[in-house]
Design a protein. Sequence first.
Length: 170
Amino acid sequence: MKPTADILAYVGLGSNAADAAHRLDAAQAALERLEGVRLVRAASRYATEPQGYADQPWFENTVLELAVDGRCWQAREFLAALLGMEAALGRRRDPSLRFGPRAIDMDLLLFGEQSSVDEHCLLPHPRLCERAFVLVPLAELVPDRLVNGLSVQQWLDRLVWRREGRAIFQ
């Protein structure tokens, strides 16, 4: 039986396309059009240096807090919807360049209190606690939210990173 209460889901958005701000707006609008999904809050947007593959433009990142109707959505189906929206918004996956440029990236970071080791829907997101570009905006929304035994803020405090205005360096 599916749950009936709203589930708070956190989705990370990112793009390093020339029109990144427009793409983040389009991704947010696409999420808001989904049945049973309501935007609660959006974190600030940050310019972030690329991770893994440095020879590419900087990213624009944010995190959205969404109320997701548990009667309509389960985590795996919600993630599948995100992947479909990525493709519709121009994301083309290149397996040879895993951390390369992105027209749009929509990551399911947290889905309520759920944890999952399903290889197709890992929750919490497996690299959430390693990335300042995710933790900084997530900490704006829920600094005390526990993830793998520590708060979002505690995970952020463990990283080596710095912020200059709206720019995040890691």
